[in-house]
Design a protein around this ligand. Structure first.
Ligand SMILES: Cc1ncc(COP(=O)(O)O)c(C=O)c1O
Length: 392
């Protein structure tokens, strides 16, 4: 018998799609994959070399549970240089990916039944992570006209005496929207007044198409005290498999998270940590080159979507996704329980293209495409969408 907690967890739709794509590929059927959420670039050479060097130098033993000191110092230096944030190495905890950083945070803060406000659409894992540690996810509707960014009014209305944390993803997965300084100031004011932590997921910080990126903790002294900054190397340095993320917090939280991960995993792989240090020290060129490519793809996609009146998109300001409004298809499937699941299943089964159903992100009127793939694949994926619409 499994525990109750597990029965509350929803299987991952993104993993479901990937499994179907892999099964089709095994049958020899080519699939245009617009589902993946990871950069399509190799990890930079200097990062790989640093990992090999770490192995040869026998940096392969247990280390500090909060992470290798040199890496934590480099992260503190990055936060100062890029985000005007003053953290000491003691306030940084390096974990096995930003996912792990978020889970550590929830474990350190939530008592059973404590609530976490999660603006819709959300990154798929947030509600499940909250449930896994015994908390209660509180998904909050946001408006398309606000590019699905939560407003202070929507935030305030969702607060109860049990609210402990609000998640803010900036830039957003799945919409690519970015918050302005003014918008963040207004959200911080509510959080500070009510004593609610802001979990600032800033993993897509470096994939930003010319907009001002404001790290939430840098807004004010109070914001700094109330914010858990989450970031990592997966997206910025194309290091998804290396599993390195981190948090920057007040000392009390950092100590709690260090203790949690010390008992659970000791620390992330030391080899990956030395590689991450190299990434922080010298991958600016590669990060800039990746950004340029994403930017070109985004612009090309805006042109392509403008030729499809049946769908509409929000112009992404960052990250590498389009959130596509497919609500105009609803008339075609009046009986369907989930529109986005039906459309994505049809697209995969009949047109061999993988999009991710919006229901996975809490909004069934949409589907997500990733453009972390080459232009030929992107264009083929859009053609498949047009063919699908023409088949109506
Ligand atoms: C919004 C968001 N946060 C966190 C993560 C997790 O990143 P990591 O690979 O560092 O665990 C992802 C990955 O897709 C993401 O989209």
């Amino acid at each position: 018998m499994l525990c109750e907690r597990i029965s509350k967890i929803t299987p991952s739709y993104t993993v479901g799609i990937t499994t179907k794509v892999k099964a089709l590929k095994r049958e020899g059927i080519e699939v245009i994959n617009l589902g993946v959420g990871e950069p399509d670039f190799p990890t930079p050479e200097n990062v790989k070399e640093a990992a090999i060097k770490a192995i040869h130098e026998n940096k392969t033993k247990y280390d500090n549970p909060a992470g290798v000191l040199e890496l934590r110092q480099a992260i503190a230096d990055k936060l100062k240089a890029d985000n005007q944030l003053d953290y000491s190495a003691d306030q940084i905890v390096v974990s096995s990916g930003a996912k792990h950083s978020i889970t550590n945070t929830l474990m350190a803060i939530l008592n059973p039944q404590d609530e976490v406000i999660i603006p819709i659409p959300y990154w798929v894992s947030y509600p499940e992570m909250v449930k896994l540690v015994g908390g209660v996810p509180v998904p909050v509707e946001t408006k398309k006209e606000n590019h699905f960014k939560i407003t202070p009014e929507e935030f305030s209305a969702a607060i109860t005496p049990r609210t402990k944390i609000i998640f803010i993803t900036n830039p957003s997965n799945p919409t690519g929207a970015m918050y302005t300084r003014k918008e963040l100031e207004a959200l911080v004011a509510v959080a500070v007044e009510k004593g609610i932590y802001i979990l600032a997921d800033e993993i897509y910080e470096k994939i930003n198409f010319g907009h001002e990126f404001v790290s939430i903790a840098s807004i004010s002294k109070e914001a700094y005290e109330n914010t858990i900054t989450v970031n990592g190397l997966s997206k910025s340095a194309s290091m998804t498999g290396w599993r390195i993320g981190y948090t920057a917090t007040n000392l009390e939280l950092a100590k709690a998270m260090t203790s949690i991960q010390g008992h659970l995993v000791s620390h992330p792989s030391t080899i990956s940590q030395w590689a991450a240090l190299a990434a922080l020290e010298s991958t600016e060129e590669e990060t800039a080159s990746m950004l340029k490519t994403y930017w070109q793809r985004r612009d090309r996609l805006l042109e392509l979507f403008s030729e499809i009146p049946e769908v509409s998109v929000i112009e992404p300001q960052g990250a590498f996704y389009f959130f596509i409004d497919i609500s105009s298809f609803r008339d075609r499937f009046p009986q369907e329980e989930s529109l986005s699941l039906r459309v994505c299943d049809d697209l995969l089964e009949k047109h061999r293209v993988a999009y991710v159903p919006g229901i996975a992100f809490g909004n069934d009127d949409f589907m997500r495409m990733s453009y972390a793939t080459d232009m030929a694949t992107i264009e083929a994926g859009i053609q498949a969408l047009k063919d699908y619409i023409n088949s109506f």
